[in-house]
Design a protein around this ligand. Sequence first.
Ligand SMILES: Nc1ncnc2c1ncn2[C@@H]1O[C@H](COP(=O)(O)OP(=O)(O)OP(=O)(O)O)[C@@H](O)[C@H]1O
Length: 228
Amino acid sequence: MSDLKPALELRHVARSFSEGERRLDIFLDASIDVHAGEIVALVGQSGSGKSSLLHIAGLLEAPTTGEVYVAGQNCTKLDDNARTRIRRIGIGFVYQFHHLLPEFSALENVMMPQLIAGTGKAAAEIRAKDLLVRFGLGARLDHRPAQLSGGEQQRVAISRALANRPQLLLADEPTGNLDPKTADFVHGEFLRVVTEEGVGALVATHNIELARRMTRLVRLEDGRLLPE
Ligand SMILES: Nc1ncnc2c1ncn2[C@@H]1O[C@H](COP(=O)(O)OP(=O)(O)OP(=O)(O)O)[C@@H](O)[C@H]1O
């Protein structure tokens, strides 16, 4: 039955910051389900809270109120160790800037999260190679990040995020740092491989054209998540 649980459920999530006497409410009542195999675009004006929402979904920050479920597990009240374990195995992250380890090759960068999670070296290498080949990087396995183009670096970063077969993939402007043509190409590769993997994905983007190519689109507006 657990396979049928959404990869992510946010239930009436609110987040506010206190600054002295003032309270800033970022969201008031944000709810969403992201199912396996869905790639959901998260759009909204700058400052609407997309990154904050991804931090909450990624268990990096706790909501002020509301509940967060990852693959059916209520993560709202877990301690730091339990949250770290779920983040390490169950959630993949892609950021606008790749954050690859500069002294390691593409292959080693994609093996790393698997080794940290306890996967054996041989199995980690097979999985890393498979992902990089599927991203068209079969001839770049031994290149370090500085020897790769921006689009190639981002494809390595996406491979790394998928390496542990997470149920949930969270991406914050994953092609935001690329020129429009490269962004378009990398986005297409992202959609193809993420769909093949069957992972549930939530992708924040400013690019409405790229957003419309995903499974569906939700807009963060006035503290709520609205379908389009
Ligand atoms: N630690 C914090 N303390 C106070 N305010 C914060 C904090 N973190 C974020 N905010 C505020 O929360 C709001 C939402 O920020 P967030 O970065 O989530 O927006 P965003 O939609 O991702 O924006 P952008 O598209 O420009 O990246 C902003 O007004 C920001 O100033």
